[in-house]
Design a protein around this ligand. Structure first.
Ligand SMILES: *[C@@H]1O[C@H](CO)[C@@H](O)[C@H](O)[C@H]1NC(C)=O
Length: 384
């Protein structure tokens, strides 16, 4: 149960967020219900997003631990930090298109009920992705997705007053009816305070591209990827979203692969067809879609990269850093294995870039940091 004094404090906080406008959260962290961090550094965060509430076919929110959410809200509020609930996620986006086609206002009411029930300070919608083939193969999809999304947000804004609405996005603007990125999303900017730019995750499994590469490049290298933090910010700004409403994703993880080459002078090296297991948290899994095949993802969380001495260049690992993409990579000749990732240096560069652009930053996800909170500390300059 949340005491009345805490509720009072919150109302004041929400009001100040909206009144000042500039008082928006600069650093947001996703926390995940399957592993809530035990030692959250509340003073180093402005807001947390608890993930994920997954809507079923009927639009009911489920698959999240409500007891734990209540505990997070209580702790956060005691530390003057706001909490949003994230609706959707990779697997939780399956039915969103159909739910909104039926009635965006009744789905809005479901979400508003949750905000009330759990004393939340905002809502995060993580729809991956409207009218797009980039999500799970079995996702529902419609040419009306973008219109229905805007209708949902308008209902939410109406019901939420000044509370926070954040949206997780890809690196390009939401697709319109044609299935291509919309040219003008300024209507979205007027109903949601802040857009979250999802991290550009290099798909190391993609057999359409024969080499590895940086997970989250700050600027595109002359060779290799064309998408970067800089290109994504620019694309969203061109679609009418002011930079102060944008937030740069900070990846607390990287990817690993077994390489064909025995050296890695760059991050772009060919890798073997079978994806190797990443760290101890990487398990064989498949999307809940017909015909989906189980595999490892190759994800390596920062806490593992740190504890295995990879970033420190111990145990046979050599670390290099690229000044254009502002990202490190590590290579083990003995294992013929590459890890492309973010460390304190690369995240500090992203935080400074975001700050300079007038944008914020967000973390996916907090439990992947090391016990000394190295990466969280590296991002603090975005709040100064
Ligand atoms: C939900 O969270 C509570 C409190 O952290 C925990 O005791 C409980 O085991 C969790 N339930 C499930 C199903 O994970």
């Amino acid at each position: 149960m949340i005491s009345t004094s805490v509720i009072g404090l919150l109302a004041a906080m929400a009001a100040s967020v909206s009144a000042a406008g500039s008082n928006k959260p600069e650093l947001i962290a996703y926390v995940v219900d399957w592993e809530l961090p035990t030692n959250i550094q509340w003073s180093k965060l402005d807001h947390v997003i608890y993930s994920f509430a997954e809507p079923d076919q009927s639009g009911k929110l489920g698959n999240f631990n409500t007891t734990q959410l209540e505990q997070v809200v209580q702790q956060a509020h005691a530390n003057n930090v706001g909490v949003s609930l994230s609706v959707g996620g990779w697997t939780g986006s399956r039915y969103i298109s159909d739910i909104l086609s039926k009635s965006s206002s009744s789905f809005a009411n479901t979400i508003l009920d949750a905000v009330k029930q759990y004393s939340l300070d905002g809502i995060n919608i993580d729809w991956e992705y409207p009218n797009s083939q980039d999500g799970m193969t079995c996702n529902t999809r419609s040419a009306q997705d973008l219109d229905n999304y805007l209708a949902l947000l308008k209902s939410l804004r109406h019901g939420l007053g000044s509370k926070l609405i954040t949206l997780a996005t890809g690196t390009t603007p939401f697709n319109d009816q044609s299935g291509d990125p919309a040219k003008d999303l300024s209507d979205f900017a007027s109903v949601s305070e802040i857009f979250l730019k999802l991290i550009f995750t290099y798909d190391i499994n993609g057999n359409w591209d024969p080499t590895t590469g940086p997970n989250s490049p700050l600027k595109a290298a002359s060779k290799g990827e064309s998408t970067s933090v800089a290109s994504a910010l620019s694309a969203w700004k061109s679609a009418g979203i002011p930079s102060k409403q944008l937030s740069v994703g900070a990846a607390f993880y990287g990817w690993t692969a077994r390489t064909i080459a025995t050296t890695a002078q760059s991050q772009y090296v060919r890798f073997t067809k079978t994806q190797i297991k990443g760290d101890q948290y990487d398990t064989m899994s498949a999307d809940p879609c017909p015909g989906a095949i189980k595999s490892y993802s190759g994800e390596m969380q920062w806490r593992s990269i740190d504890s295995q001495g990879i970033d420190a260049g111990r145990n046979g690992w050599t670390v290099k850093y690229d000044d254009t993409t502002q990202t490190p990579w590590a290579f083990s000749a003995k294992k013929k294995q590459i890890v492309t990732y973010d460390n304190a240096q690369s995240l500090e560069a992203k935080a400074q870039y975001a700050k300079q652009e007038g944008s914020g930053a967000f973390i996916w996800s907090l439990e992947m940091d090391d016990p000394k909170h190295t990466l969280l500390n590296a991002l603090q300059s975005v709040r100064t």
